[in-house]
Structure formats: structure tokens, C-alpha cells
Design a protein around this ligand. Structure first.
Ligand SMILES: [Zn+2]
Ligand SMILES: [Zn+2]
Length: 173
């Protein structure tokens, strides 16, 4: 690990979890769980990349064990399980989902990292986590959230993101 300041203007892969084989190029990138058992590959632009957003809903607080989730949506036709699909466990429920949809979490059975969620209301796409993407430069650029939803649940000590569209509830796509 270098002690030099990180240059965030280009791709960089800080020490984050056990895997060190993440990569990105102009069109695609990897997302890896904390222990490295599960790795996904996805496109970093449309049409495979549908949207990027921050969600403050109560589910996202609970399942991230934090105050919000940073998400991006990928068409399933464009999502590749590089390894570890058999290492993913699924847990789904509909009790807390206002629309009555069932949301199913797919997480690494070894380290617990939530890799994506799937909703019965949005078939054909998976909601991945920006924080699992190995190239941290993408967190700042192509995957930077474009919308913020369930802002009515946002903790008071957080402020809205500059220049990002704000929605109560799911809002309009
Ligand atoms: Zn893992
Ligand atoms: Zn949410």
C-alpha cells in the first residue's frame, strides 16, 4: 500500500477487502464482496446501466447498517457473475415494501456483503451497491448518484447532495 495521496482523477483500487483482482475499462467494471468470494461484472454506461441513486428508505438503513444506501441499477441481461454465485444467499420479504413488492437481498454467505437486491416490481434488473465497485474512481464519476429518494427519511445531520434530484418516496423515474 502506498502512503502517497490518492489521485482520484483516474482509476484507483485501494485496499478494500481481501480480493485484489478487481478491474475496470472504458465499458465495464467489477464489483467484489468483502471476502472476495463473489465478483460481478457490469457495464458502466447505458443501456445496461439504468440509473444511479441514493436511497434513504428505512429498509436501506437497516440492511446497510448505515444511514442510506448508494445504489445503481443494472439490466440482468448485462450482469455477469464472474465467480461465487453459489456463495450468494437470498433473503426476501414484502412486509416493509410500500408497493407490496417483494425485495430479495443477495448477499455473500461468507462475509455478508449485500451485492444486489431484486424487486418483483422491477423484473429484469438488479440493484447493486456503489461501495462494492472495486475501482473507487467510478464512485466519483460514472456511478455518482443522479437522484436521491425517500428524502423524507434522511437523517437531519445529512444534507441533500449538490445538484442531485430529490424525491419523496420512490418519486418518478
Ligand atoms: Zn464475501
Ligand atoms: Zn431504499
Amino acid at each position: 500500500m502506498s502512503s502517497a495521496p490518492t489521485d482520484k482523477s483516474k482509476s484507483y483500487f485501494p485496499l478494500a477487502g481481501s480480493a485484489n483482482d478487481g478491474w475496470s475499462n472504458e465499458e465495464e467494471a467489477t464489483a467484489t464482496c468483502f471476502c472476495g468470494a463473489v465478483q460481478l461484472k457490469f457495464p458502466t454506461q447505458g443501456p445496461g446501466l439504468v440509473e444511479t441513486f441514493v436511497c434513504h428508505c428505512t429498509d436501506c438503513r437497516k440492511i446497510t447498517a448505515s444511514m442510506f444506501a448508494s445504489n445503481f441499477t443494472i439490466l440482468d441481461t448485462h450482469l455477469t457473475h464472474v465467480r461465487g454465485r453459489e456463495n450468494l444467499n437470498a433473503f426476501g420479504q414484502s412486509k416493509t415494501i410500500g408497493t407490496g413488492n417483494t425485495m430479495t437481498n443477495h448477499f455473500c454467505s461468507t462475509c455478508g456483503t449485500l451485492m444486489y437486491r431484486v424487486s418483483t416490481g422491477f423484473l429484469g434488473m438488479s440493484i447493486l451497491r456503489i461501495g462494492t465497485v472495486d475501482d473507487f474512481h467510478l464512485h466519483e464519476t460514472k456511478l455518482k448518484p443522479k437522484r436521491e429518494q425517500f428524502v423524507e427519511n434522511r437523517v437531519k445531520w445529512l444534507h441533500s447532495l449538490d445538484g442531485v434530484r430529490q424525491f419523496e418516496g420512490m418519486g418518478t423515474p
